[in-house]
Design a protein around this ligand. Structure first.
Ligand SMILES: [Zn+2]
Length: 302
């Protein structure tokens, strides 16, 4: 290739020399034409690289999209699994409540004043999770809100169960169900002919006879609220068990506890005697609920 320079117009001659021929082909073009051709080439290269880049971008976007769809489907599956787990928890909770003969969940929610997920939320969530491979951001948000509410409801419900069980346990420990002494019942609760006066009187407790000095044991956990001489009771012990329960032990020979002392079920608190209005050694045992004497035989284990 050679360059030829004219005075006014510049020309370029392109020469083609085939190896197996003796003839040389030459093409004479003006430098303006050459510039134009070069410009066309540049545009062609630019356009094709633009198209290629677009294609590569498209391909990348397409792959990213596939990945996002897969992730979306995975999260939908996880949501469905979480919801299933919650449903299993709800089933166990219902069984527990049935065992404890407790109020059901809705009653509990009314009790705590907290609103759980509505049945409409539940239906929507199930529809979303069962029939769809992917969810929109809004559907994701509402599903998660539902699960969060559901979890909150479960937490409150289990806290309520825990409180209930603790109360029941404490109530059981405080219920005077054990016999305070071994012995023979010599007088029951209710109307009876007075051993001291003419006519009938109301006997507020249960008389259990045994030898003087026989141990009196607390029939349940409680706190000593009175010890000392009390008219016809003679030497008296009063135990407050909580939940409205109190018990009284009359005619004691000796008292081993003091006011304010905590006692455990089975703990020896005194001994059988015949102090006060008594004809022979026995324990006058009273159970009171909210201060009213009740028949001890209704509480004592057979
Ligand atoms: Zn009595």
């Amino acid at each position: 290739m050679a360059k030829l320079a004219g005075k006014k117009k510049k020309y370029v001659t392109l020469m083609f020399v085939p190896h197996d021929e003796h003839q040389v082909y030459s093409l004479r073009i003006s430098s303006i034409t050459l510039l134009f051709l070069g410009f066309i080439c540049l545009i062609a290269i630019g356009a094709s690289s633009f198209i290629m880049t677009r294609h590569v971008n498209y391909e990348l976007t397409r792959r990213a999209n596939i990945q996002l769809t897969e992730k979306n489907a995975y999260f939908v599956q996880e949501l469905a699994r979480t919801h299933e787990a919650f449903q299993r928890v709800a089933k166990i909770e219902d069984e527990l409540r049935a065992m404890l003969k407790m109020k059901n969940k809705n009653e509990l929610l009314q009790f705590t004043g907290e609103g759980g997920p509505s049945p409409v939320d539940q239906v929507n969530l199930m529809k979303n999770l069962n029939n769809r491979a992917t969810l929109t951001p809004n559907e994701f948000a509402s599903s998660l809100t539902f699960l969060r509410k559901d979890a909150q409801e479960k937490i409150e419900s289990y806290q309520e169960l825990k409180k209930y069980i603790a109360t029941q346990r404490s109530l059981l420990a405080s219920t005077p169900a054990d016999w305070p002494v071994r012995g023979w019942i010599t007088s029951r609760f209710g109307m009876r002919n007075s051993p001291f006066f003419e006519g009938t009187t109301f006997h507020q407790g249960l008389d259990i006879a045994n030898e003087e000095g026989t141990s009196i044991k607390a029939p349940a956990d409680g706190v000593i609220t009175y010890t000392g001489w009390e008219g016809g009771y003679g030497k008296l012990i009063v135990v407050d068990h909580g939940y409205g329960f109190s018990t009284r032990y009359g005619h004691c020979q000796r008292i081993l506890v003091n006011i304010g002392q905590r006692v455990r079920r089975g703990q020896v608190i005194g001994f059988i005697g015949s102090t006060g209005r008594s004809t022979a050694p026995h324990l006058h045992y009273e159970i009171r609920t909210n201060g009213v004497p009740v028949d001890p035989l209704k509480y004592l284990k057979k």
